[in-house]
Write a new protein. Structure first.
Length: 336
């Protein structure tokens, strides 16, 4: 049985990880434990905010004198955690409300633009065609951003349902790729599909999976100037996951075993530095967003965050393998 002071140290480390989302503060506290004569063992959590300390052994010289201070600090940290959780709920509600309020006027704008282009109010003069097309493109871009914010709010609130059905991946991936193909052709890129017909059918939500793949393909198009994009699907048997994609070893769900279907989107774009591999999945983060005037490469910074959350909602995950100047490979893992 752990001494009370030991348990307080454990709780402090857990709370710091929750608050900061990284290990810097936890490492500092663990070093403090070591100086006090404690031995710390870590559990195999998911890293970041989900990881916990599971065992601390030793009485620690002078530990008793720190008990009251530690207890007060634990109370302070627990209060901060509760406040942050309340703020997160409020943020999600605010995003949902704003998104709903914006969708109605946006739909009206897009609808009126369609009527103008159809000639319902008379033929457009040649000099009016280009401005109307720009209005349409801007409104549709804004509508896509609003939809992303609304999706994020629903995911944060746990209100996104999953409707699973057996899915044949070859036909599905070809259909999704055809949806994005005009963007690829417009940039002069090549598109290669490597999806064998022998893949097993998977039980998943096709709507959520489509959104994941469209996000990954759209991201690849955005950050690839020359070359091409490859979509590859493979069955990965139990025990082969970490050999198939090295980064999978850092995801406990994947490293734990089992058979998977790996859907990969590989590009020949600018690549992502290893230090940013987790950052790109954080909300509102844009590692290579370009200038504010570069609308082609700017967005909300939500696409990858939503994609990973959706993948985990489907009992899978998304991993990234990339380096600057060497392109990127995003792998969506689905249980086979």
């Amino acid at each position: 049985t752990l001494a009370p002071t030991s348990l307080l140290y454990v709780r402090m480390i857990e709370l710091h990880i929750l608050l900061h989302g990284d290990r810097d503060e936890a490492d500092r506290l663990r070093a403090l434990l070591a100086r006090e004569g404690f031995r710390v063992e870590e559990g195999a959590g998911e890293g970041g905010a989900g990881e916990t300390i599971v065992a601390v052994e030793g009485n620690g010289e002078g530990a008793g004198s720190r008990g009251d201070v530690l207890a007060r600090r634990v109370e302070e940290l627990e209060l901060q955690v509760r406040e942050l959780r309340n703020l997160d709920v409020a943020k999600s509600q605010f995003l949902a409300n704003v998104s709903h309020e914006l969708r109605t006027p946006l739909a009206a704008i897009i609808g009126f633009v369609d009527l103008l282009q159809d000639g319902s109010y008379g033929e457009l003069a040649p000099r009016m065609v280009s401005p109307v097309e720009r209005i349409q493109a801007s409104a549709e871009h804004l509508q896509a951003l609003v939809d992303q914010v609304l999706d994020l709010a629903r995911l944060s609130a746990g209100r996104l349902d999953v409707h699973r059905e057996p899915l044949s991946l070859r036909a599905f991936i070809i259909d999704v790729a055809s949806e994005v193909e005009p963007l690829i052709i417009e940039k002069g890129l090549s598109l290669s599909l490597q999806v064998p017909g022998s893949l097993p059918r998977v039980s998943t939500d096709p709507t959520h999976l489509r959104q994941i793949l469209v996000n990954l393909l759209g991201n690849a198009v955005k950050f690839t100037a020359t070359g091409g994009i490859t979509v590859r699907a493979s069955f990965v048997p139990d025990g082969e996951v970490t050999r198939y994609v090295a980064s999978a070893a850092r995801r406990p769900l994947l490293a734990a075993g089992g058979s998977w279907v790996a859907l990969q989107v590989t590009d020949t774009g600018i690549g992502i530095a290893p230090r940013d591999h987790e950052r790109v999945f954080e909300e509102f983060e844009q590692v290579s967003a370009g200038s504010r005037g570069d609308s082609e490469r700017r967005g909300t910074g939500l696409g990858l965050s939503i994609s990973r959350r959706l993948a985990r909602l489907l009992d899978g995950d998304i991993t990234l393998d990339s380096a600057p100047g060497q392109g990127s490979t995003f792998t969506c893992w689905l249980p086979a």
